[in-house]
Design a protein around this ligand. Structure first.
Ligand SMILES: Cc1cc2nc3c(=O)[nH]c(=O)nc-3n(C[C@H](O)[C@H](O)[C@H](O)COP(=O)(O)OP(=O)(O)OC[C@H]3O[C@@H](n4cnc5c(N)ncnc54)[C@H](O)[C@@H]3O)c2cc1C
Length: 463
């Protein structure tokens, strides 16, 4: 048996890599992780965590406005962007430290360096200009924003990475993209008082979510003052003499703004990773190809998280890491379960969703019952805000199983987490009906929609 320096070498100290390293070290394995930027990865440093903090920041103007109906007089508020950025930095530094110390405390070794493969068992630690060997290698290098190099003037644009740390808050911004990152940032910037335009090449924002939520969110965002242009792409971006940017659209319109942000998807970090040298196969989107156990085409090389381009979410990367540890080190082959993943879009109003959209369910089930309710949340009766909440259940009429649950409104993400348990347990509409409501809440609507709003038979709606 050859002897290696480590039982496991993890490349990438983000959500997936750190969890795998920590758990494996906890089993007594000799583990090392290399991180080229900051421990914590995308989620902690430039993803979920700073994003959610900025969402909170951007909601205060609405809270201040809503307070009047409850008798409060709020003096004119002012906002200081550098304070938000600095406080965010403090929090992510704290979390980053915890990620790194978590590995060290479990007995693992951490490197602050880029790493790449030399062959199937050898890793180059680039900052130290040396190689080490490992029995198993786990690639958890995540992804990065698509730079859209085909766009003339793309070099003038920012991406989500830069958006968190702009030297000053722009007065205006144009964001391209229709995914959750584009939508969330449009709401963040708008909430902070930035004149915001969102352009998207598709017919409606948030592809793959339920169409009712997509339309309703679009309407609510537009009503707040976010300009949304669908079927629209950038033709070119020019920098003007005054430093502002001119974005020319395919419609012929030119929008002048302080910043232009591209959020048109993310690409796996597989460049210059030595994959070819080691013989690790990648796919058409540059993702690392893995089997159902997260193993690459090489027996001892594994990959998890965004770099495999399966489902790009933090809990998924962490779950894949935990399955990897079971498989590689506990003699318990465990396939990650990607079915029925609850998820949220931290737009304003928020989306929480789990399971199939109506359009997806129609493709797979002959007969559906759709339960849907639209109502003004109690909080807004006194605030005067017109925003309505939407709840929707997609039910298989034959088995009564709830296939999809979709919510638009305050705390929808929190609700989706709990609905995720119900749908994962394959509960039926009858189980929902049997459940006593919690009153007065918005979520009670989910267990009190007794009569279907409409039926769908073989793809056609029957009212
Ligand atoms: C703006 C934004 C908002 C998001 N919001 C959410 C959300 O609300 N909820 C959610 O679930 N997910 C969200 N995500 C997605 C989530 O952040 C990712 O799915 C998750 O971080 C993936 O984890 P990972 O371990 O695969 O990779 P990452 O967390 O990206 O970690 C990969 C790490 O590898 C390092 N690395 C790369 N190459 C090398 C190398 N050669 N050597 C050493 N180190 C290397 C990188 O620096 C990085 O730290 C968001 C993402 C973005 C961009």
């Amino acid at each position: 048996m050859p002897t290696y320096d480590y039982d496991l070498f993890v490349i990438g100290g983000g959500s997936g890599g750190v969890r795998a390293a920590r758990l494996s070290a906890g089993l007594g394995k000799r583990v090392a992780v290399a991180e080229e930027y900051r421990y914590g990865g995308t989620c902690v440093i430039r993803g979920c965590v700073p994003k959610k903090l900025y969402v909170y920041a951007s909601q205060f103007p609405d809270h201040f406005a809503d307070a009047a109906g409850y008798g409060w007089t709020v003096p004119e508020a002012s906002f200081d962007w550098p304070t938000l950025v600095a406080n965010k930095d403090k929090e992510i530094a704290r979390l980053s430290g915890l990620y790194e110390s978590g590995v060290a405390n479990a007995g693992g070794e951490t490197f602050h360096s880029r790493a790449s493969l030399v062959d199937a068992h050898t890793i180059r630690i680039e900052n130290e200009d040396r190689t080490v060997t490992a029995e198993h290698i786990l690639i958890a290098t995540g992804g990065r924003p698509n730079p859209h190099v085909a766009l003339p003037g793309h070099e003038h644009c920012i991406f989500s990475n830069e958006a968190f740390d702009l030297a000053e808050l722009p007065k205006s911004i144009v964001i391209a993209g229709g995914g959750y990152i584009a939508v969330e940032f449009a709401n963040i910037f708008h909430g902070l008082g930035v004149e915001t335009t969102l352009i998207y090449r598709g017919m409606e924002i948030l592809q793959r979510f339920d169409m009712d939520l997509r339309h309703r969110l679009h309407e609510e965002m537009a009503a707040k003052g976010i300009r949304i242009l669908c079927h629209t792409i950038f033709e070119q971006i020019d920098k003007r003499a005054d430093g502002r940017l001119a974005a020319t659209l395919n419609s012929g319109e030119t929008i002048v703004a302080d910043q232009v942000m591209l959020a048109i998807g993310r690409i796996p970090n597989t460049e210059n990773l030595g994959l070819e040298a080691a013989g690790v196969k990648t796919g058409v989107r540059d993702e690392i190809i893995v089997d159902s156990l997260s193993r690459t085409n090489l027996d001892n090389v594994w990959a998890i998280g965004d770099v495999t381009d399966r489902v790009q979410l933090t809990p998924v990367a962490i779950h894949e890491a935990m399955c990897f540890v079971e498989t590689a080190f506990k003699d318990n082959p465990t396939e990650p379960d990607h079915d029925c993943i609850a998820t949220a879009v931290f737009s304003q109003p928020e989306i929480g969703t789990v399971g199939l959209s109506e359009d997806e369910a129609v493709k797979r089930f002959e007969s559906l019952e759709i339960y849907s309710a639209s109502f003004r949340p109690m909080r807004h009766t006194l605030s005067g805000r017109q925003e309505k909440m939407l709840t929707k259940l997609v039910v298989d009429a034959e088995t009564r199983r709830v296939l999809g649950a979709h919510i638009l409104g305050p705390d929808a993400g929190e609700m989706a987490q709990l609905l995720g348990i119900a749908l994962k347990a394959r509960l039926t509409k009858d189980d929902f009906d049997r459940t006593m409501a919690v009153h007065p809440t918005a979520s009670e609507e989910l267990v009190t929609m007794y009569r279907p709003s409409y039926l769908v038979r073989n793809g056609s709606r029957v009212d």
